[in-house]
Design a protein around this ligand. Structure first.
Ligand code: SF4
Length: 356
């Protein structure tokens, strides 16, 4: 077991914000006895959040499929035969209709995802119009569109974009086994452009792609040593889609997934640690363990948040059984958060959001 550089770094109180985590330290956290790791993560969780509150997030795919990239997990890559039908960018009016429905359903943040390697400059005004219009409804805005130049990031910020999602996916050591059409550095550059433009970052990765524990530690270490911890850290469990290269990968031990959540909570104590892709296949008991380990954000259901959605009903029932409640956040027209209304986005994707 790798030695800790500083045993006091694991003390449950206090939990200072650090950006200098070493790989050995992160591996040592993963190697703790399960109950001890959960105890430490839960202690950190309580320092910064009400552990009974969970941020509820969903996402609208505004442009699905047909992506030229080769991310080995992704059904939206056009080179894999997964049955995902490529769709053009939705019209602003169609997006707005979804946004209005989201607002009526109690949403305060609206996240728009497009399966692009990066937006073309000619796409930016179309997306900017969506952002402006959605913002005008009084919703927080979030987007995931692939790589951004500094100029594009500035244009999206000027249109009113609050959050940008761009995942690093996996450990830099393992990255070349998963993606060949762009470099890890490209992703880090986009995150820098987003930060420099003054937007909040949403950045995480995927586990269960055949990586080792050391590589899971490397993913989290990379996130925790960014110049600023991501505001949201989505931890995805691989959804194996037939036709993608990762279909048939050995499933990750569920306890290892919980460990990943717990270590993310300890390393990035003020971030929203989000259960993202793969949650639908998790048992209620596994999700409960994730919440106990410090997860405090979820993607809500697979369809628009309307009554009768079985996924939503299951989530509501789980929240009730666990005594959890949606995090309360109100948003003014400038996108500032205030206590008051449900912090939720909207959902739609026939295929998983790119989250590229
Ligand atoms: S994850 Fe995003 S960038 Fe990668 S293939 Fe899928 S849509 Fe394209």
């Amino acid at each position: 077991m790798p030695a800790l550089q500083d045993a006091s770094a694991l003390a449950p109180l206090p939990a200072p914000l650090r950006h200098d985590w070493g790989r050995g330290e992160v591996e040592a956290l993963f190697d703790l006895p399960f109950t001890e790791l959960l105890y430490r993560a839960a202690a950190v969780h309580r320092q910064h959040f009400d552990p009974a509150e969970v941020q509820v997030s969903t996402l609208l795919s505004v442009k699905t499929g047909g992506c030229p990239e080769d991310c080995a997990y992704c059904p939206q890559a056009q080179r894999y035969h997964t049955g995902v039908e490529a769709q053009k960018l939705m019209s602003t009016e169609a997006v707005l209709e979804k946004a209005r429905q989201a607002k009526a359903a109690g949403a305060s943040r609206f996240c728009m995802g497009a399966a692009w390697r990066s937006p073309k400059d000619r796409d930016i005004p179309k997306v900017a119009a969506m952002i402006r219009e959605v913002k005008a409804l009084g919703l927080e805005t979030c987007a995931t569109l692939g790589m951004l130049s500094q100029t594009q990031a500035g244009a999206l910020k000027a249109a009113g974009l609050d959050y940008y999602n761009h995942n690093i996916d996996t450990d830099p050591e393992y990255y070349g086994s998963i993606i060949h059409t762009r470099e890890m550095q490209d992703r880090l550059d986009t995150l820098a452009h987003v930060r420099d433009a003054g937007m909040k970052t949403c950045c995480g990765g995927i586990v269960g792609m055949g990586e080792s524990r050391r590589q899971r530690a490397g993913l989290l270490q990379t996130l925790a040593t960014l110049p600023a911890h991501p505001d949201s850290v989505p931890i995805n469990r691989l959804v194996q889609v037939e036709g993608t290269p990762l279909h048939g990968t050995t499933e990750l031990d569920p306890f290892e997934f919980v460990r990943t959540i717990a270590v993310a909570r300890i390393l990035m104590p003020r971030s929203m640690v989000r259960l993202s892709a793969g949650r639908e296949a998790m048992s209620d008991e596994l999700q409960a363990l994730c919440f106990a380990a410090g997860a405090n954000s979820i993607f809500y259901g697979e369809k628009l948040l309307t009554t009768g959605n079985p996924d939503t009903e299951r989530d509501q029932a789980l929240f009730a059984r666990l005594g959890l409640r949606p995090m309360q956040v109100a948003v003014d027209a400038d996108g500032h958060d205030h206590a008051g209304t449900v912090h939720a986005e909207i959902v739609e994707p026939a295929a998983r959001p790119c989250a590229a």
